[in-house]
Design a binder for this molecule. Structure first.
Ligand code: ADP
Length: 499
């Protein structure tokens, strides 16, 4: 029998990737292309939806060529994507009516500030989210408010709204299939995560016509086939999930209580909570996890906006290191930060603080402070922010975590991983495959078409590359965390003029 593969399309914030996986979950080919970021005004971020589509198709073609396989050998395609980013396009022509408004874009902050407290509570209860410009709802309203005639056309069913998964599937199927999956829907702030339907009261409030919304499907299901002209033969599209939920699945966090943390530009900590939608009382959001079952499963999520991005800042703006990878060697030149803390609240603080107004802070600087202390403090800040989110999570679910699975670019930093283990007093485990987001999408698609039979089968693919056990004295840990919290208070008080 001809060997077959699964192709994952990983549409991220700065680049599109396509990875071809074999049955053992190993990457047989990887292709990647960056695309343009637009910053038309301070705090605004946009993408060109057509560039995303062309770039995604191009990397898919390249990966197939690189793997030396034919389209018939691809058992299915799974899609994973940057979440919340909002696209509105014309159903007839396929033309976007406006650029994609990206998750990072803060242009709708005033719409969120204007929400009545009672309605905020309703949103939180219904969608599981803390109302924020980060989610799609206000971005979609902004497009309907600002593009001439858009709302009228949307009412007539002439315009469609989608997150990036929907946009890609619609294009791949030549406009035949208009769907999204539960995980992506749960990030729009328009979706009732308990009743599993678009919420009428929220749609009415934002004046969003129902006619422009996609059908919501499970994350592991056959949605349709790609047009023959794209890859030479039709290929079945059988999975979709937002990037963080895909990573949770790719890490094989299938049981309630399983947790993963992704260390990328930001940090995203997700805990599978099974069939229970846990409401957070400590600043986290409730979201739908990717599932292969008929019912949905939930996750608790804490998003830290600036993690690896702080290391990039040291590289690009401060000129302290030449590459992100170099941060480890520089930080190892010293044993500790010598009392220095960096709070990288460049765009405010995300979970569990949700403080849009906090700003970055460096404290504890003395005449003896050097570059290495500074770099070490930036790495430690990533671990401290994760600590805050994880402690909030433990309080919400009432359990103490035993281990943490990690992935993402900065998980390559062993000093950071060891410090994370010390600060949390848990075992940190890094898998051999760090492409967990793409792998999760591949697993979802492969399970839908019977390429893999069960979760147990794919869980056997998960292999440990390295683990880090806590080794720091717990009194020293306590003092360090105490210092971190004082630094956070300073960063928040500074912005609030409350010193
Ligand atoms: P994303 O998917 O969010 O673009 P990645 O998972 O590719 O992010 O990780 C890239 C981020 O990780 C960058 O912000 C970079 O600064 C950081 N990073 C990469 N390697 C290291 C390292 N060895 N030490 C610390 N940070 C790193």
């Amino acid at each position: 029998m001809m060997k077959s593969y699964i192709m994952a399309l990983d549409q991220g914030t700065t680049s599109s990737r396509a990875i071809i996986f074999d049955h053992a979950g190993r990457a047989a080919a990887i292709a990647q292309e960056e695309f343009t970021q637009y910053y038309p005004k301070p705090g605004w971020v946009e993408h060109d939806p057509k560039e995303i589509w062309f770039c995604q198709r191009s990397v898919a073609e390249k990966a197939i060529a690189q793997a030396g396989i034919g389209p018939q050998q691809i058992a299915a395609i799974g899609i994973t994507n940057q979440r919340e980013t909002t696209v509105v396009w014309d159903r007839e022509t396929g033309e976007p009516v406006y650029p994609a408004i990206v998750w990072q874009c803060r242009r709708t902050a005033d719409m969120i500030d204007a929400l009545e407290p009672e309605f905020c509570d309703y949103i939180k209860k219904t969608t599981g989210l803390v109302p924020d410009p980060y989610f799609s709802a206000t971005k979609l309203k902004w497009i309907l408010d600002h593009v001439e005639g858009a709302r009228e056309k949307a009412r007539e069913g002439k315009l469609l709204f989608g997150t990036i998964d929907t946009w890609l599937i619609w294009n791949l199927t030549g406009g035949k299939v208009f769907v999204t999956d539960y995980t992506n829907a749960s990030r729009t702030m328009l979706f009732d995560i308990h009743k599993l339907c678009w919420d009428k009261r929220i749609l009415d409030y934002f004046d969003i016509p129902y006619a422009m919304l996609a059908q919501v499907c499970p994350s592991s299901a056959v949605y349709g086939k790609t047009l023959t002209e794209y890859f030479g033969a039709p290929v079945c599209i059988a999975g979709a999930a937002g990037d963080q939920q895909a990573a949770l699945f790719g890490q094989c966090c299938f049981s309630a209580g399983d947790v993963k943390n992704t260390y990328g530009t930001g940090c995203f900590l997700l805990m599978n909570t099974g069939e229970r939608a846990v409401t957070s009382h400590h600043g986290l959001v409730t979201t739908i996890a990717a599932s292969t079952k008929n019912h949905v499963e939930y996750a608790l999520e804490g998003s830290v906006f600036v993690a690896g991005a702080c290391i990039q800042w040291l590289r690009d703006e401060m000129g302290m290191i030449e590459s992100s990878a170099m941060s480890e060697g520089v930080a190892r030149e010293v044993d500790d930060t010598n009392g220095v803390y960096i709070v990288p609240a460049f765009t405010g603080l995300g979970a569990p603080y949700w403080d849009s107004y906090a700003r970055g802070m460096v404290v504890g600087v003395t005449r003896g402070t050097g570059r290495a202390h500074f770099v070490r403090a930036a790495l430690e800040a990533i671990a401290y922010q994760t600590y805050d989110v994880l402690k909030a999570m433990e309080k919400d679910v009432g359990i103490c975590l035993g281990r943490l699975k990690v992935d993402g670019g900065a998980a390559a930093n062993s000093l950071l991983m060891q410090f994370q283990s010390d600060i949390l007093n848990v075992c940190v485990e890094k898998p051999a495959c760090l492409e967990t987001t793409a792998l999760g999408a591949a697993y979802l698609a492969g399970l839908a078409v019977g390429y893999w039979d069960s979760r147990e089968e794919i869980a056997a693919n998960w292999t440990l590359a390295r683990s880090f056990a806590p080794s720091m004295d717990q009194e020293a840990v306590r003092q360090k965390i105490c210092g971190w919290h004082r630094a956070v208070r300073a960063a928040r008080a500074w912005a609030a003029d409350d010193i």
